[in-house]
Write a protein that binds this ligand. Structure first.
Ligand SMILES: [Zn+2]
Length: 476
């Protein structure tokens, strides 16, 4: 043996020791220390805001099947590849394709005075006749009103759904949930009574001039029973309602040229850090890559997409080597079909992948308050045990409840699903409207959300989910 032969051995030994010290350093850090490092990194060296800038300003609205949706798939795949993950891939899925066509137009006339109003076609609606349609309007609050009025009073008219979101609910998502049937099923229900069109008050608590789109369905109505439906801004809904009180015979005109096409090929975008100890236990974090077409989809759900991407990056930056496989999943087609989520869950089941925890961010990029969990009592109690760790970051909302549309199909009796819950007071000012744009997302709020998600993913990776005693009943 000579010195020359010894040197490589010393080098290997030294490198091994350094690597051991680094690993030990992260592993020996307290949970408090790891969370501090995650939040600091997100706030001082986060990538979420830059990614959102590109998605919003360079690409824009990303409706399923559109060119922009395809650009978003390619962009996020390339960005995930830059992170040095173990795997990045595209999961094929066929998606619906609907196009808005020309800008919609609407006005009504009362005693010779014409008022133009702001409307937009609802996603999935058919067009009006080429020159538009004109008819008397009948205002209702709900489907019971339709039944009470009956075909006699509805036939040949435009039904105007004007039930506002309930302002005294603190969760604006609950207020939305209390109204959204008008948008989703309004045309289906009014069509049964012979209405020729539907106008729906926008799902917005604020009074302003933006019409808010969103998905609607004709259920199993035949093609000739389908009628066009549009949303009207809250200001114009109030104006129309007031004008109807003056003259119930006013004529309302609207025109839209939207169209449904054949399904097209698209993709979920997936990146993975493979687990070092339990590679077949999966933890996923995700948002949806598609958005409505009116704005650039910054809050819904560009924010959730970039936060989810940053979760994997922040884990790496913080020196965390996950024991379980951590995936970011950017779901396609949440808004008008949920095809991406359905396909992801189908493939996961086919491959027998054990998804122990799935976290979704699809409630806007606002200040995070906590999470809502779909979990059994055993696992929910474990989560409550972590609550104190989040106190320094003003994260306090840990409640049982829904998780998210995209992770929902992964629910099993033993796993945990969760949704990030940011402050929701301003979300519906922007939701599905042309003002859902990048400048309305605050950088720090977005980064705090990414850190909050990363912290929870870290804890689930470190501690796993608890086996469920046979006697425990699932309570979601
Ligand atoms: Zn969304």
């Amino acid at each position: 043996m000579n010195n020359l032969n010894l040197r490589p051995k010393y080098l290997v030994l030294t490198l091994t020791l350094v690597s051991l010290m680094l690993t030990t350093n992260v592993n020996s850090q307290s949970d408090e220390g790891v969370l501090k490092s995650i939040y600091s990194t997100s706030l001082t060296n986060g990538k979420s805001y830059d990614w959102l800038d590109h998605l919003s300003n360079e690409i824009g609205g990303r409706l399923s099947g559109s060119k922009n949706a395809e650009l978003a798939v390619q962009y996020t795949k390339v960005e995930l590849e830059k992170l040095g993950l173990d795997k990045v891939w595209l999961q094929p899925v066929m998606v619906p394709k609907w196009e808005r066509g020309d800008k919609e137009m609407a006005y009504f006339e009362v005693s010779g005075v014409t008022s133009e109003v702001n409307i937009c076609a609802l996603g999935g609606s058919i067009a009006t006749a080429k020159d538009g349609i004109s008819a008397n309007v009948i205002e209702v609050q709900n489907f019971e009103d339709l039944a009470a009025l009956g075909t006699d009073k509805i036939k040949g008219k435009i039904v105007f759904y004007n039930r506002p979101m309930q302002a005294d609910l603190i969760s604006t998502f609950n207020a939305y949930g209390g109204c959204v049937d008008q948008r989703y099923a309004g045309a289906m229900e009014a069509g049964k009574y012979g209405a020729i069109g539907v106008i729906v008050r926008s799902m917005n608590l604020r009074e302003d001039d933006y019409p808010h789109t969103g998905s609607m369905s004709y259920g199993d109505l035949s093609v000739d029973q389908r009628i066009p439906s549009a949303a009207i801004s809250t200001n114009d809904a109030n104006l129309l309602s007031d004008s109807l009180k003056q003259n119930e015979n006013l004529q309302f005109y609207f025109k839209q040229s939207c169209q449904q096409f054949e399904d097209v090929q698209s993709y979920n975008v997936i990146g993975e850090i493979t687990g070092s100890e339990f590679p077949n236990e999966y933890i996923i974090v995700g948002g949806h890559l598609d958005s409505w077409d009116l704005g650039d989809g910054a809050h819904d759900d560009g924010a959730g997409v970039v936060q989810s991407m940053d979760v994997l990056r922040l884990l790496k930056e913080s020196g965390i080597k996950p024991k379980r496989s951590i995936r970011v999943v950017l779901f396609m087609n949440e808004e008008n079909g949920l095809r991406g989520a359905t396909e992801y869950a189908r493939v996961a089941k086919e491959k027998n992948e054990n998804h122990i925890f799935a976290l979704e961010s699809d409630s806007g990029g606002f200040t995070p308050r906590g999470f809502s969990f779909a979990a059994n009592d055993t696992n929910f109690n474990q989560v409550l045990g972590w609550k104190a760790l989040f106190k320094p970051y003003l994260i306090h909302y840990f409640e049982k409840g829904g998780s998210g549309a995209d992770v929902g199909p992964l629910k099993s009796e033993t796993n945990v699903l969760a949704g990030l819950r940011p402050d929701s007071q301003r979300y519906f000012d922007h939701h599905h409207a042309s003002n859902d744009t990048f400048e309305h997302v605050n950088k720090r709020e977005l980064e705090l959300g990414a850190a909050t998600m990363t912290a929870l993913v870290f804890l689930f990776d470190k501690y796993g989910v608890k086996p469920v005693p046979n006697s425990t009943k699932i309570k979601d």
